[in-house]
Design a protein around this ligand. Structure first.
Ligand SMILES: Cc1cc2nc3c(=O)[nH]c(=O)nc-3n(C[C@H](O)[C@H](O)[C@H](O)COP(=O)(O)OP(=O)(O)OC[C@H]3O[C@@H](n4cnc5c(N)ncnc54)[C@H](O)[C@@H]3O)c2cc1C
Ligand SMILES: *[C@@H]1O[C@H](CO)[C@@H](O)[C@H](O)[C@H]1NC(C)=O
Ligand SMILES: *[C@@H]1O[C@H](CO)[C@@H](O)[C@H](O)[C@H]1NC(C)=O
Length: 708
């Protein structure tokens, strides 16, 4: 319902915008061109006293000159257009033709008049060369068709995403409604396409996720398919901003000023194009972006696209600024324009955009996400206000209405969601010194679904405004209760960790409010074979899928849940949930990468994920210290007894091998779903892409990991 109303509101805004978007038509060019041309050649009436101007039958020098210009225009409807523009002054075609004939007798070459002044009122029709008339026409076409192109290209750039999303949405729908049909897409050609285009990471070796370039600059690399989509869009934007410019001479707008003319045209193009991108840019950054639901894509993909929309928008703004600066300088209007407030707001918007593009680098987001977010929001406000006031004089503020509406709607829905959930008392427990379990009673109608997420506000004085995304699992022990599992990191989670480690039983009750549920469902349970690959706190989403499939899925499905954890004690915080899988068709395998940790050595909390080398080192150190293994052996064997249906394996899973084995063994279509830290997810992606041809059945990959 919420989604539907957002959808309707969005299209209402879009249609208002489309209606008021100004596309110039040729039927105004002849009249406008002649008016501008004649004004540059002579003064034929007093504009303050003669309101009828060129339409005035009593002013034969003006009307006569106009008729000669209009008749010379290379446009068949020029006369009709002019007569229509004089309709309110009752000018008839007969009067028009009479004036044309009369003016032919009196027409004067102003260069023959001694001491002729363009500014002084002149009482005879003036001669206009055909070259000038043609120039006036082509100047009009050149200038206004450039505006039109900017509008069309802007529409094309935003439609690009709407179109792709529509197709993505249909494909996503097909997975649910016609899974059998989707599963027929297999075999050599399809597999080759999927192996090289849609499935792999951008580069074979690279991390699909956090990746370090030049030692310091961390980036999130999109998948190859995402990169292609973005690359084509960026290319289109660059092409649209740089092709199809005409220079027209003799020019009525910029006479003898080719530099000024071209600078203005380039600046106009990029300035108008960027207007279109702004509402979409803001839409893609929001949590209640209806396209998430339409496409089935994750929010993180929209945020990735948001970044590219933003970078290109900023580039276009810079081009616009440089173009109009050059134009102003050549015309001598630079200073006078700068003195006006619309220009100052233009500078405000540009600087705000520059700051946003710079401070949103991964480096700063990682350092202090809250600072990044705060600055980003404030700068975005300045950007929208600045842009709005910069363009209001030209009636372009409509895009900023749209942008503000999209933003306000997202915020309103967010507040609405928080209000619907209300303030609840959560039980927060620190388990195994590494994970926080948050248990919250929920309203009965507020139903989570597998893989959904919500944003938690911990209502403590130091952090109530922060909202962090976490995966929801409907509690297996209590009804109308949801649980979250938070890995302890460096910010708010670390604050809670410190607080809870001092509390009795490492437990506390904390007031929370929850915004959600967000996310899209995936068609995982439509597959005969399901392999879930979780790592650490990635387990909740995959567990929710496993349980859901058991409850609602097809009969005779094979479901395997692989969970990689650092040490045996990690299992404790998910013990109750695992227990629920006993006597179901879910096969659970737990990989313990550092089996000695937490048994003979205390668990040290690492805010960051360890690389496999670091883990091996740590493990080796522990092995040296390994003196008394009796107690630890007891712990492990007790755990295994309590979870007899779980297979424990020590060490790291070899993803390539594991995926290949699963594909080889599958008797029907098989789906992998991963949610873990970067490298495990990447290895899975790669192994799946390379393993497509190992079976005659359809192989699919779903990723639940998100990050931005
Ligand atoms: C869709 C989604 C689902 C998630 N589900 C889980 C989950 O089930 N369990 C779990 O342990 N973690 C999950 N995370 C990660 C979790 O949101 C972050 O670890 C948490 O916000 C870190 O809080 P912090 O203040 O302690 O982090 P910091 O130490 O300050 O930052 C650690 C990392 O988290 C990122 N981060 C910080 N705040 C936010 C925020 N408000 N929004 C997005 N990213 C942020 C930072 O960029 C940084 O990379 C999920 C993230 C996303 C995007
Ligand atoms: C013909 O044109 C001249 C010069 O503009 C003007 O003075 C005169 O009144 C016009 N004659 C008629 C009949 O309109
Ligand atoms: C008008 O005057 C200019 C300059 O004397 C001349 O070049 C041009 O040919 C003249 N045009 C006509 C139509 O007499």
């Amino acid at each position: 319902m919420v989604k539907l109303s957002i959808l309707i509101a969005f299209f209402a805004v879009a249609s208002v915008q489309a209606k008021t978007t100004y596309i110039y038509h040729e039927n105004t060019f002849a009249v406008d061109g002649c008016q501008k041309l004649i004004a540059k050649v002579a003064t034929l009436f007093n504009a303050t006293t003669d309101k009828k101007g060129f339409c005035n039958v009593k002013n034969q020098q003006a009307l006569g000159t106009m008729t000669h210009c209009i008749e010379g225009m290379p446009y068949k409807d020029a006369r009709q257009n002019f007569l229509l523009s004089c309709k309110k002054y009752n000018l008839t075609e007969t009067q028009y033709l009479a004036s044309f004939d009369n003016a032919t007798k009196y027409i004067t070459n102003t260069s023959d008049i001694p001491k002729f002044s363009v500014k002084k009122l002149f009482y005879l029709p003036v001669y206009l060369s055909q070259k000038k008339i043609n120039g006036a026409w082509s100047s009009e076409v050149g200038r206004y068709h450039n505006y039109n192109r900017a509008n069309y290209y802007g529409v094309a750039l935003i439609s690009y995403w709407f179109f792709i999303i529509l197709v993505a949405g249909l494909i996503n729908l097909a997975y649910f409604v016609f899974p059998g049909f989707v599963k027929t897409f297999k075999g050599k050609a399809v597999n080759t396409y999927r192996r090289y285009i849609t499935l792999p990471a951008l580069f074979g070796q690279s991390h699909g996720h956090h990746y370090l370039i030049l030692k310091y600059i961390q980036v999130l690399i999109p998948t190859r398919f995402e990169s292609i989509m973005v690359f084509v869009w960026v290319l289109l934007a660059i092409i649209f901003a740089s092709v199809n410019f005409q220079q027209n001479e003799p020019n009525i707008f910029w006479p003898n000023n080719i530099e000024g003319e071209m600078a203005r045209k380039v600046g106009d193009r990029s300035g108008i194009m960027v207007l279109y991108l702004i509402p979409q840019l803001i839409l893609f950054a929001g949590r209640n972006n209806f396209l998430i639901w339409l496409s089935g894509w994750q929010q993180s993909r929209f945020i990735m696209i948001h970044k590219w929309l933003a970078r290109i928008s900023f580039l276009l703004i810079v081009v616009h600024g440089v173009g109009l600066t050059l134009n102003g300088k050549t015309l001598g209007k630079y200073e006078s324009r700068n003195a006006q407030s619309y220009m100052q707001w233009g500078y405000v918007a540009t600087v705000a955009a520059a700051i946003m593009v710079f401070q949103s680098m991964m480096l700063f987001r990682k350092q202090n996400y809250e600072l990044f977010l705060g600055v980003h929001i404030i700068m975005a406000v300045f950007f929208v206000i600045g842009g709005w006031l910069h363009t209001a004089d030209d009636n372009y503020q409509l895009w900023f209405y749209a942008a503000s509406a999209v933003w306000a709607l997202d915020r309103a829905v967010r507040v609405g969601r928080l209000a619907v959930f209300g303030v609840k008392v959560a039980n927060v427990q620190l388990i195994s010194m590494e994970t926080l379990r948050v248990t919250v009673p929920r309203p009965a109608f507020w139903k989570p679904f597998p893989g959904c997420i919500a944003f938690i506000h911990f209502l403590r004085p130091t952090c109530f405004w922060q909202s962090h995304p976490f995966t929801i699992v409907d509690s297996v022990t209590d009804s109308n209760t949801i649980t979250f599992y938070l890995k302890v990191k460096g910010g708010i989670t670390h604050g809670l960790y410190q607080y809870l480690s001092k509390q009795p039983g490492n437990t506390a009750n904390i007031k929370v409010s929850i915004e959600g549920p967000y996310g899209t469902r995936s068609a995982l349970n439509r597959f005969e074979n399901i392999v879930l690959l979780a790592g650490g706190t990635g387990i909740p989403a995959l567990y929710a899928h496993a349980l859901d499939t058991v409850q609602k899925g097809m009969a005779k499905q094979s479901i395997k849940l692989y969970w990689t954890v650092r040490h045996y004690r990690s299992v404790e915080w998910f013990y109750q949930e695992l227990l629920k899988l006993e006597n179901t068709n879910v096969q659970v395998v737990v990989y313990v990468t550092q089996p000695l940790l937490g048994l003979i050595a205390p668990i040290v909390n690492h805010a960051a994920d360890l690389s496999s080398e670091e883990e091996e080192e740590e493990q080796a150190e522990l092995a040296e210290k390994k003196s008394d293994t009796q107690e630890s052996g007891d712990y492990v064997s007790t755990l295994k007894q309590r979870l007899p249906f779980v297979e424990f394996r020590e060490g790291r899973p070899e993803m390539k091998q594991l995926v290949e084995e699963e594909i080889g063994a599958a008797q029907g279509a098989i789906a992998f779903m991963s949610c873990a830290h970067g490298s495990l997810v990447d290895d899975t992606r790669r192994a799946v892409a390379e393993g497509l041809n190992k079976t005659n059945h359809r192989v699919d990959l779903f990723e639940e990991l998100q990050g931005w």
